[in-house]
Design a protein around this ligand. Structure first.
Ligand code: USQ
Length: 405
């Protein structure tokens, strides 16, 4: 298949490109390299040394003989170029990762909120409009998030995108299927909720074939393909804005930094290993909806965990100290979470669970590159409201916090 991977230079995008190229697909990356610019803005860098995208593609060719094409293009700002590109290359599938994906970054300042909404919403809408206008019949696979559902305890399993409801009408009760109501907890998660509506409209109005993957928190760093050469290594974020919880605990343990639990650590979240993430995308590609079908929604996660249980697990494995800190986010302090993921299991996903070996692998990667870590950037400083910002006044090592914006 000829596949366009939008945002193919990112944390899930890059291993997906390698995974699909290794399976013989013709892979084209479209990326504006914004994630690298944000590193520069924040003054942080990936824990792992990352080569330029062109160099990464050159090494892949050297190792496998396969070509990955790279096109520098800003989806949110270059609509005409995007449309032209689709007309010329006519991809059979488009995988859309090209969005600003960090909740703390999206809540940093008003400027970051505006950027996240402009970038994410325009990128998605430009893509949809261009797909219709170019007349291509590509299957669109979008990386969405479990966070669109919100994290209040509902007591019932979260279904895969849709909810059956009964509505009272003058003629009596009527059954209806609706998109599961969204309850985003950050501006970033809100943009993914907006994406859902855009997809619903374009599937219904233009018959676009769309799959939306509601992914949990990704952990781990290597996949089978990124292991093949040190210059194919994936990026790994540890800082307070882009690092995600389990990977952060693992690098914190590796460098002797206290594990930074927000609040009571009673937040329960869905998780998936990076290797399963790329496998799910492969499975979703093979299971495309037909024209006229509703948007196909998968919950892309394999297990749920409470944040404090993860901290205790990592502490038990490594001897790290656990610190309970004021929570910079506005979120439920404790929640339960039960999630349905039957569709991927039925398609053959064999979940990678939180095995000690894989956890230790991340600690080993972090130890290897520990010299690249700036300890002062580990604490999470982006607060959800001005009131909360006043309370987030210390980091676990007792140094003064500083804002970067
Ligand atoms: N947390 C801590 N300590 C930390 C970092 C986070 O206790 O040092 C807590 C947070 O307060 C939150 C939970 O851990 O309750 C998850 O935070 P996270 O940063 O790991 O994940 P999140 O902000 O939700 O976002 C990440 C990805 C995003 C993806 C989402 C999937 O950055 O792109 O959409 O995970 S999900 O969480 O299922 O919505």
């Amino acid at each position: 298949m000829r596949i366009a991977i939008l945002g193919g230079d990112g944390f899930v995008g890059w291993p997906t490109c390698l995974h699909l190229s290794a399976q013989g697909h013709e892979v084209h990356i479209l990326d504006n390299l914004s994630r690298r610019w944000i590193d520069t803005e924040l003054g942080v860098q990936s824990l792992t040394p990352m080569d330029s995208i062109q160099e990464r593609c050159r090494i892949w060719k050297e190792v496998t003989g396969e070509t990955i094409h790279f096109h520098l293009l800003d989806l949110a700002k270059e609509y005409e170029r995007l449309k032209q590109w689709l007309v010329e290359i006519r991809p059979e599938a488009v995988i859309h990762f090209a969005e600003q994906r960090a909740a703390p970054y999206s809540m940093k300042t008003d400027r970051h909120k505006v950027y996240t909404v402009n970038n994410n919403t325009n990128a998605t809408h430009n893509l949809l409009a261009a797909m219709v206008e170019s007349g291509i019949d590509a299957h669109l696979v979008h990386l969405g998030t479990m966070g669109v559902y919100g994290y209040s305890s509902v007591g019932a399993p979260i279904p895969e995108g849709y909810l059956d409801v009964t509505i009272d009408t003058p003629a009596g009760p009527k059954e209806q299927e609706i998109l599961y109501p969204t309850r985003p907890g950050s501006v970033y998660h809100m943009t993914k909720s907006l994406d859902q509506i855009l997809f619903q409209f374009y599937a219904q109005n233009d018959g676009l074939r769309i799959t939306d993957l509601h992914q949990g928190i990704v952990w781990g760093t290597h996949t089978d393909q990124t292991r093949r050469h040190e210059q194919l290594i994936n990026r790994f974020d540890y800082d307070g804005d882009y690092g995600t919880v389990l990977n952060r605990f693992l690098i914190q343990a590796a460098i002797g930094y206290p594990l930074t639990v927000h609040g009571t650590g009673g937040q329960t979240r869905a998780f998936i290993h990076i290797q399963d993430s790329v496998r799910c995308i492969e499975l979703a590609l093979k299971d495309a909806p037909d024209r006229g079908d509703r948007v196909k929604i998968f919950n892309q996660m394999t297990e749920t965990h409470r944040v404090r249980d993860l901290a205790e697990k990592v502490a038990g494995l490594t001897g790290a100290e656990v610190k309970y800190l004021p929570n910079p986010r506005k979120e439920a302090p404790e929640n339960d979470l039960i999630v349905k993921n039957d569709q991927f299991l039925a398609l053959g996903l064999n979940p990678t669970t939180l095995a000690e070996g894989l956890l230790s692998e991340v600690v080993d990667v972090a130890k290897k590159y520990a010299h690249r870590i700036d300890r002062s950037r580990v604490a999470a400083v982006s607060a959800w409201t001005k009131d909360i910002a006043a309370k987030v006044d210390h980091d676990p090592e007792g140094k003064a916090l500083r804002s970067v914006s």
